[in-house]
Design a protein around this ligand. Structure first.
Ligand code: FE2
Length: 299
């Protein structure tokens, strides 16, 4: 199976106004004027209709990720692959396809319990992206919009699923020493790419799944000043800064992390590597960052 990229995520919220303020005033995302309504906030960051669909509900949590496939043939091939791998899936209903602005797709679960959608032919949007905070642009072209990072104790089965069934490749495998006791095993993280140059579209860490359902998602801007200005806006609004600025070892991303209203983090980055997968050999890292990235849990 060839997955083109991460297309969208859905988030449930008890407070749509809070997400509206966070999305527009802190992140610089654009509220889609026509697709948003009293129960759904559609946040746009590029030419796609939206990348974040925030839906009013009874909890604050991540719901699912949608991944793009090339065309109908790729979707048919994906279904055959899932069938031969004994993975259950269902066609997305016409109502769901219309909400996502896609022609067709399927829904399934990964072994960690995350809901995934695989879709084809998302509608073009006549609305032009203009950041309410003057961000010049988010880097998404032929890369998907960013990445999602899951936590699961079922990490080996989940990793095998992304590799053997969905066709992702290992970009980097990191073993992190979490304890001063050398006898304690390290925590494993798999960073995986799909069929585009983004270093990783999915990563998973060996840890219990948090109540928000997600560790973090990531967006990437075109210049470092847009990272610094986003950090200023977050600080000015007392948004919890989950991690200081830093540069990651494996994807080279210069970024900071801040908490979203759903409890998971948003990594706001710049300058991520785009490896040539024909030449790339899986790297093995033993530290998350070259410098910085001092994490602080919410107090
Ligand atoms: Fe990240």
């Amino acid at each position: 199976m060839k997955v083109k990229g991460l297309g969208y995520i859905l988030v449930e919220t008890t407070d749509l106004d809070k997400w509206n303020e966070y999305g527009q005033e802190v992140c610089g995302f654009m509220k889609h004027p026509e697709l948003s309504n009293d129960s759904t906030l559609c946040l746009k960051i590029d030419e796609a209709p939206y990348r974040f669909s925030i839906q009013k509900g009874s909890a604050d949590k991540y719901l699912l990720a949608g991944f793009e496939l090339e065309n109908q043939q790729a979707l048919d091939d994906a279904k055959s692959q899932l069938q031969s791998s004994d993975v259950e899936f269902e066609d997305l209903t016409p109502e769901v396809c219309s909400e996502r602005l896609i022609e067709a797709g399927i829904t399934l679960s990964d072994p960690a319990g995350n809901t995934l959608e695989l879709y084809i032919n998302r509608n073009e949007d006549k609305e032009v992206f203009v950041s309410p905070q003057g961000i010049s642009g988010f880097i998404t072209k032929n890369l998907g919009f960013g990445h999602v990072v899951y936590a699961t104790l079922n990490i080996e089965e989940t990793h095998d699923f992304y590799k053997d069934v969905l066709g992702f490749g290992d970009s980097d495998i990191t073993d992190l020493k979490m304890s001063p006791n050398p006898e304690d095993p390290p925590m494993r993280l798999y960073f995986m790419h799909c069929d585009n140059p983004r270093h990783h579209s999915v990563a998973m860490m060996q840890a219990p799944t948090p109540p928000s359902g997600l560790i973090h998602t990531m967006v990437e801007v075109e210049n470092i000043d847009d990272v610094g200005k986003a950090l200023d806006r977050a600080l000015a609004r007392d948004i919890h800064i989950s991690s200081t600025l830093g540069r990651h070892e494996n994807d080279g991303m210069l970024s900071f992390y801040m908490q979203t209203p759903a409890g998971f983090d948003l990594e706001f980055g710049y300058d991520g590597k785009q490896p040539d997968w024909e030449q790339h050999e899986t790297t093995y890292s033993d530290r998350p960052s070259v410098w910085g990235h001092e994490f602080t849990p919410p107090g």
